[in-house]
Design a protein around this ligand. Structure first.
Ligand code: ATP
Length: 384
């Protein structure tokens, strides 16, 4: 039995904007699933559709065995057996911690003594024992999010919906709460649907990650599958900052267009062996920054344009034949201005049909991780 299912769900907002397009998704009992995608890709819409705040235009939503939404019928959010945590305004400031957490039980008519016992139990679970009488204003941001989590789980929901629930917190608190959240949801056997703009968080926390774009599911898979076998250049670019290089398959090698780069086929995996292009055919390669080796060489054809310090190795932006490439290889240390040569250790091959239109219209959105960095603003991995 699936805990949450969406079958052919589409949703158009009253103004005509497309929120979701033909989404099929099955989330198993006790599974932790993260939803990621660029801004406007439909993450919040999908979560709100499961929650019951919006209704699908076509298709159905089921929780457990019960169909909770279809175009002509919608079960109210509070009758869907869900817990929810949002990024902000999650705790009512005029109520003390205990009353905040007890609210769902109070609405359900649970007697006072039972409410007290369960509030204490929930506070224990989120690591805030004995704080029932505290004013939320006296809590830190992380403690307030723990209160919100306690309130979300107190009614023993079947499914927990998290909308950027950790995003407002600073590192390293966010990191710690991530670990605690995963341990808590595992111990309670909760099914979790977690919306986040943070790709690393999604990959770190989830059993499976759903990548959305334009309201459509682009790929669903375990984190390692998505990184090793992205279904489309978009997924490789979005999740891994992969450079997308177009070229042609020659005997035994891939030859790039507009870049003096040839890669032997034994370093290239196929995204989908059924559609692997043949020799002489046009193709696209996705190359992750972790697989681009930059070697200092005074006679090299490329230059390190910028270098950001990273714990395990520098993050380098390399200018080569009019293109920029990103390299993030463990152990690499290289300063800006260094002449280098570039080697590709691994790449994933796509036939042209795996992303129609990609060859002529690469997405222009900067990668989220680098919005605030000193790296160049143009998207990496697209031919200049
Ligand atoms: N209330 C609304 N009325 C009209 N259009 C909406 C509404 N909410 C969302 N949309 C549109 O639906 C699409 C999906 O939006 P949604 O908020 O689900 O994306 P998202 O992936 O959560 O984005 P973000 O990461 O920016 O929060 C967008 O085109 C958006 O403009």
């Amino acid at each position: 039995m699936s805990s949450v299912s969406l079958d052919s769900v589409s949703l158009a907002y009253p103004g005509g904007q497309l929120g979701l397009a033909d989404v099929d998704l099955r989330i198993g009992d006790g599974e932790f699933v993260a939803l990621v995608g660029p801004s406007g890709s439909g993450k919040t819409t999908l979560l709100r559709t499961v929650a019951g705040f919006v209704s699908p235009t076509t298709g159905t939503v089921s929780i457990g065995d019960a169909e909770v939404a279809s175009p002509n019928r919608s079960v109210e959010p509070e009758r869907r057996g869900l817990g929810m945590v949002f990024q902000q305004h999650a705790v009512w400031p005029h109520w003390n911690v205990g009353r905040n957490i007890a609210y769902p039980l109070q609405r359900a008519g649970v007697p006072r003594a039972e409410r007290r016992r369960r509030v204490a139990e929930a506070l224990d679970l989120v690591g805030l024992p004995g704080t029932e009488r505290r004013d939320p204003a006296t809590l830190s941001g992380g403690q307030r999010q723990r209160v919100a989590i306690a309130r979300a789980i107190i009614a023993r929901p079947r499914v927990l919906l998290l909308d950027e629930a950790l995003s407002a917190l600073d590192e390293p608190l966010r990191d710690r709460l991530r670990l605690e959240l995963r341990a808590l949801t595992d111990s309670l056997g909760l099914t979790v649907l977690h919306v986040t703009h943070d790709r690393s968080e999604a990959l770190a926390l989830a059993d499976r990650v759903v990548v959305l774009d334009g309201g459509r599911v682009q790929q669903v898979g375990a984190p390692t599958d998505l990184l090793d076998r992205p279904a489309t250049p978009f997924v490789a670019r979005f999740l891994s900052d992969a450079a997308i290089v177009r070229g042609v398959l020659a005997p035994g090698r891939f030859r790039a267009h507009g870049l003096p780069l040839e890669i032997p086929l034994d370093r290239i995996a196929s995204a989908d062996p059924r559609t692997r292009p043949r020799s002489g055919e046009e193709a696209e390669l996705a190359i992750q920054p972790e697989h681009i080796r930059v070697i200092p060489d005074a006679a090299g054809p490329a230059t390190v344009e910028s270098s950001l310090f990273g714990r395990s190795g520098d993050e380098l932006i390399v200018r080569w034949s009019g293109r920029t490439l990103r390299s993030r290889m463990p152990g690499a240390r290289c300063s800006a201005g260094t002449r280098v040569r570039v080697e590709v250790e691994r790449a994933v091959l796509f036939g042209p049909e795996q992303e129609p239109g990609a060859a002529t219209a690469p997405p222009q959105e900067p990668l989220p991780e680098h919005r605030a960095s000193t790296a160049p603003r143009q998207p990496l991995g697209t031919v200049a």
